[in-house]
Ligand binder design. Sequence first.
Ligand SMILES: Nc1ncnc2c1ncn2[C@@H]1O[C@H](COP(=O)(O)OP(=O)(O)O)[C@@H](O)[C@H]1O
Ligand SMILES: [Mg+2]
Length: 235
Amino acid sequence: MSILSMENVSYTYRNRYQTVNAVCNVSYEFELGHVYAVVGKSGSGKTTMLSMLAGLDLPTEGRVLFDGKPTSTLNRDRYRRENVAVIYQSFNLFPLMTVKENVMYPSRLRGIRKKDALRCASEKLELVGISEQQSKRLPFMLSGGEQQRVAIARALASESQVILADEPTGNLDVENTKNIVGILSDLSHDMGYCVVIVTHDLSIAERADVVVRMVDGRITEDQSPHDNALLHCRS
Ligand SMILES: Nc1ncnc2c1ncn2[C@@H]1O[C@H](COP(=O)(O)OP(=O)(O)O)[C@@H](O)[C@H]1O
Ligand SMILES: [Mg+2]
């Protein structure tokens, strides 16, 4: 069974001036152990879709299901704390906490004892290649690539099986992009995470197991990596 799915999901932004149908009747299933790249032009609805998967918003119509249960029936704070982890382009680390404190944060939120939270943080930081010495610094003292690795470690500390990333390499150079995508894809293939990466970087799409293309709020096709050459040609 899929870990995360959308059933006829739509999302409409409404304000005084306009109504925008950002996501239109999308159905899709995401499975554990796979990396998905969601690609599409700016404004095609990628971030809106990710927000609903992340439980930041509920669909205007349709349902998002986590492990078969509609997110509308789950405790949303708990869902966001324990079931899905989100990684952003701008890293979003807490600037006044050390790297290690950042990674301990999800465990502390769940009421885990400091000693155990510390052990978990060290383990996750090691997994993404951040040294003990680096972990004592404040985030701004690390490079962009390192900060994004810390954000991944923090996502892992939440024990979520689903990692959602919105343009995670948008602020990184080619080398660091490769590194981050390599880490996310290893996590998925070796440890069974479901990883969904929103990106307009075709080199990331090439590394994904499945490419989900969005056009005007709809998913138009879904491709295996072997079809990615096509994707190159069209773009
Ligand atoms: N807060 C908002 N209010 C109104 N319209 C919005 C808002 N956020 C996004 N939109 C619109 O919804 C559509 C999809 O946006 P978004 O999901 O951010 O696309 P993407 O991430 O693919 O660039 C766009 O037309 C955008 O202008
Ligand atoms: Mg976006």
